[in-house]
Write a new protein. Structure first.
Length: 338
């Protein structure tokens, strides 16, 4: 199984959504605000002092280890990964506990909700006492590489546990987000959000068709080996850009997988890219590896660098729909200036 976490810094946070610029944006802004209000409200799912008693009804859902019988209307959900909490917040459901996120790894709109969640350790080192103390009626997570082999058995000893199989390519986050929402009874909301995201991407593609037709993009970040990692169309934010009609340079176009490594001496392969988008966090800070890449003379001589078409891309590691919409907002801004 491809470990797409390799050569990856901690999860990157997301910029606040820009003010609404169109009717579609206003609708999305209001929808997001309403969803966030529900998330932060005292009666949000999983967030109250006295959770509603479970009805006892169950349903069977296929997980990484086969079919699992889960509550039909779970109230106290705990997540063992970095992805599920955000996908559920997107549809107005708050988990009662989750693992520790990386510093700056949370969508700013969701920071308060995240801070209110109890911590149960890390994906690889779950604090089972803390987990049991939360009295969950369901544990959700993702079977990413390097987890303890007995993790599912131990989690299942606390509560019904549904672990999703890790995707071979990170750009398949869409299906995982919808599946997680469906488990907690928010499938219709997730499908509506997916349609909203797809409509926003399609609108961008139409509005900037001429610019997109003459422009090639690159997604880059610095690698820990003192090299460059060029992310491919199936990567975290690569799928979002492609949804909007972005064309990639020759290093990435049509390539399967997650990223293509280039030595600093090979950066000339990006000469056919008119625009370069690079990794930053929500504050605009660049990690050391990526800064080293941007400082290279071979990068500075690229046409995109010489012509001022190198732009930071927050939300680089997309894992849920609201985050993807923030990437589309950023793309809108970039395209407007080309």
């Amino acid at each position: 199984m491809l470990d797409f976490r390799a050569n990856r810094p901690p999860e990157v946070p997301v910029l606040l959504l820009s003010p609404p610029r169109s009717a579609l944006d206003r609708r999305r802004f209001l929808t997001g605000a309403a969803g966030l209000a529900a998330v932060l409200g005292a009666t949000a799912c999983g967030g109250g002092e006295d959770p509603a008693p479970a009805s006892g009804a169950t349903r069977t859902i296929e997980g990484a280890f086969g079919p699992v019988e889960v509550p039909a209307d779970p109230q106290r959900v705990v997540s063992t990964d970095f992805y599920t909490p955000w996908a559920l917040l997107d549809v107005g459901f708050t988990v009662v506990g989750t693992v520790q996120a990386s510093t700056g790894g949370v969508l700013p709109e969701y920071q308060a909700a995240y801070e209110a969640m109890s911590r149960i350790g890390t994906p690889a080192e779950v604090d089972f006492e803390a987990l049991a103390a939360l009295q969950p009626d369901l544990v959700l997570g993702t079977l990413v590489p390097d987890l303890p082999v007995d993790l599912n058995d131990r989690l299942s000893g606390v509560a019904p546990t549904l672990l999703f199989e890790a995707a071979r390519e990170p750009g398949t986050w869409q299906e995982r987000a919808v599946r997680a929402a469906d488990v907690v009874g928010r499938g219709p909301e997730a499908e509506a959000l997916r349609a909203e995201y797809e409509q926003q991407a399609a609108d961008l593609g139409v509005r900037y068709a001429e610019v997109l037709g003459r422009t090639r993009f690159a997604l880059v970040r610095g690698g820990p080996q003192g090299n460059a990692l060029v992310d491919l169309p199936a990567s975290w934010s690569g799928v979002v850009l492609e949804e909007a009609g972005v064309r990639f340079g020759s290093v990435a176009e049509g390539r399967p997988g997650v990223f293509e490594p280039l030595s600093f001496e090979e950066l000339g392969h990006l000469e056919d890219c008119d625009v370069v988008l690079h990794l930053v966090d929500t504050t605009g800070e660049v990690d050391d590896n990526t800064q080293r890449l941007l400082d290279q003379p071979t990068f500075q001589t690229l046409p995109a660098a010489r012509e001022g078409r190198v732009f930071p891309l927050p939300n680089y590691y997309v894992s849920h729909y609201r985050q993807a919409q923030a990437v589309l907002d950023r793309l809108d801004t970039v395209l407007a200036g080309l």
